[in-house]
Design a protein around this ligand. Structure first.
Ligand code: ADP
Length: 491
């Protein structure tokens, strides 16, 4: 039996020595106010809520609860900055401020990585190597566009939209803030951003950088709170654009609220990505891709490869190798550099995942979990696979947002394709084969915004991201991401 979080299936007795990242170099206030008009200000009603460390269930800090009045203050500050210095500033100057944010983020990257892992539960390896560098890369990339917008859209006049209201989820807190803020500023807009209630800290630390970088007050405002604060942003009459990333359920509420208004919007919603493995694929590499697609980051990724389709002749080998690999995954302290799988983000999310685990068994699927021990305190879920599932099962159709994989088989390319497309979502997908022709056929016919070939979950600021069907409206990233923050008119 494996009774330590670090035990290795193939060599019992071996353990990695703990390698915790130090927290000495970070300074975290015990209480955070709202960031409005370039200053940290107390929420109008003086109410605060707690943000906790999901790996220890300990309180990290309390954070201001923004009411409708606070949101109104933030929108007014954003409007004033838009009408004043920001829209009058030369585009190249605007770009310099965005570059400055990017550089300051890089300088403080260790601090941001630790705070991200403390507040959200993700392994430090991921926050250090993916979240923070990619967030800085987004600011660098869009800074470059600030004075080149007319070249991005030749023959058209480009103009900023005004005030952008932006609402983001808890799975990539800083990265999602960068995805939203960087293109908005590059295009000359000002913003009011609300981070998720369970992971507000890196957005508030980003506010410190915005302040230090000397951006004109009101260009970036950060308000914290839950759904009601988000709704106050969406419904504010002086917001010109709403950018939302989160659940399909809340996306629907927002789309309904915006129907009939002149507000522009982008919605990046749920997913149920298919990872499709042909028998001719490099199987070891594909197994690594499955693990990366659904188990790293606790499956807290809207583009997670949560449905696996394996060509029938390869399924035994894939499942056997996958189980072996699952046994080697280290689950535990997010701040330990050896950790592969961190904490589930919140008690509520763990409950949701566990209800799907029961549901999967009730639906008749066979469940397998790795045998690793998990810490006593905190929110944890072992990597889990379900076999013997059918297309109509809820664990196959619905987004679980946890380290839970449903495995099915197919015989022909057409069968794989039609099974993969049989979903209300269409955010991403993956294809594993050594035949280029198959890759092209699949990528053309998969109804998904992003399809990775022989890899998974790779991101770059230059490539657009967004979904089909219930996965959303509009694109973020790359040139497409500029379009979402501009009025384009014929010359
Ligand atoms: P998740 O299930 O990933 O937590 P949600 O869609 O519930 O996703 O949350 C994503 C973001 O949307 C969070 O910042 C949350 O506070 C915010 N939010 C929740 N409800 C609403 C709402 N009715 N209007 C606007 N924002 C909301």
């Amino acid at each position: 039996m494996h009774n330590s979080p670090n035990s290795l299936a193939f060599n019992d007795g071996w353990q990695y020595a703990p390698a915790p990242e130090s927290t000495d170099h970070i300074s975290l206030e015990k209480q955070f106010d709202l960031f409005i008009g370039g200053k940290f200000v107390a929420p109008e009603e003086g109410r605060y809520f707690e943000t906790i460390n999901p790996a220890t269930e300990e309180q990290i800090a309390s954070v201001g609860l923004a009411t409708q009045t606070d949101v109104d203050r933030a929108v007014k500050a954003a409007r004033k900055a838009f009408a004043g210095p920001w829209s009058k500033m030369k585009a190249a100057e605007r770009g310099k401020y965005i570059y400055r944010i990017a550089r300051m983020l890089q300088e403080r990257s260790r601090e941001f990585a630790v705070i991200e892992s403390l507040d959200g539960g993700k392994p430090i390896r991921e926050s250090r190597d993916i979240d923070i560098p990619l967030a800085a890369a987004h600011f660098f990339y869009y800074a470059g566009w600030a004075d080149k917008l007319e070249y991005a859209f030749p023959g058209r006049n480009v103009a900023a939209l005004g005030v952008a209201g932006q609402i983001i989820p808890w799975n990539f807190p800083l990265l999602m803030a960068a995805w939203k803020i960087a293109p908005a500023l590059a295009c000359g807009n000002t913003v009011v951003l609300k981070p998720a209630e369970s992971t507000p800290l890196t957005a508030l630390k980003l506010a410190e950088i915005v302040q230090e970088a000397g951006l004109p007050p009101g260009v970036v405002n950060i308000v914290t709170g839950a759904g009601e604060t988000g709704a106050a942003i969406v419904n504010h009459a002086d917001v010109d654009k709403v950018a939302f990333t989160g659940s399909t359920e809340v996306g629907r509420i927002i789309q309904r609220a915006l129907a009939g208004t002149s507000k522009k919007y982008t919605l990046e919603l749920g997913g149920k990505a298919a990872n499709i493995i042909f028998a001719d694929a490099a199987i070891d590499q594909a197994v690594e891709g499955i693990v990366n697609g659904i188990f790293f980051n606790q499956g807290h990724v809207c583009c997670a490869g949560s449905r696996l389709f394996v060509q029938e002749s390869a399924v035994d080998e894939v499942v056997r190798k996958l189980k072996d690999r699952m046994e080697t995954l280290i689950i535990g302290d997010p701040l330990d550099k050896n950790t592969d799988i961190g904490a589930i983000n919140s008690a509520g999310q763990l409950e949701t995942i566990e209800s799907y685990l029961s549901l999967g068994r009730e639906e008749g699927a066979e469940m397998y979990q790795s045998s690793c021990a998990v810490p006593e305190r905190g929110y944890w879920c072992r990597p889990t696979i379900f076999t013997g599932v059918s297309q109509s099962n809820r664990i196959v159709q619905e987004e679980i947002f946890g380290p839970v994989l449903a495995i099915q088989t197919f015989r022909t390319l057409e069968e794989g394709l039609s099974k993969a497309n049989n979903t209300p979502y269409g955010l991403s997908g993956g294809v594993w084969t050594d035949k280029g022709a198959k890759i092209f056929k699949m990528t053309q016919k998969l109804r998904a915004g992003v399809v990775w070939a022989n890899t998974f979950n790779k991101f770059d600021p230059t490539s657009p991201f967004g979904g089909y069907k219930e996965s959303g409206v509009g694109r973020e990233g790359g040139l497409h991401g500029l379009d979402a923050y501009l009025k384009l008119e014929a010359r």
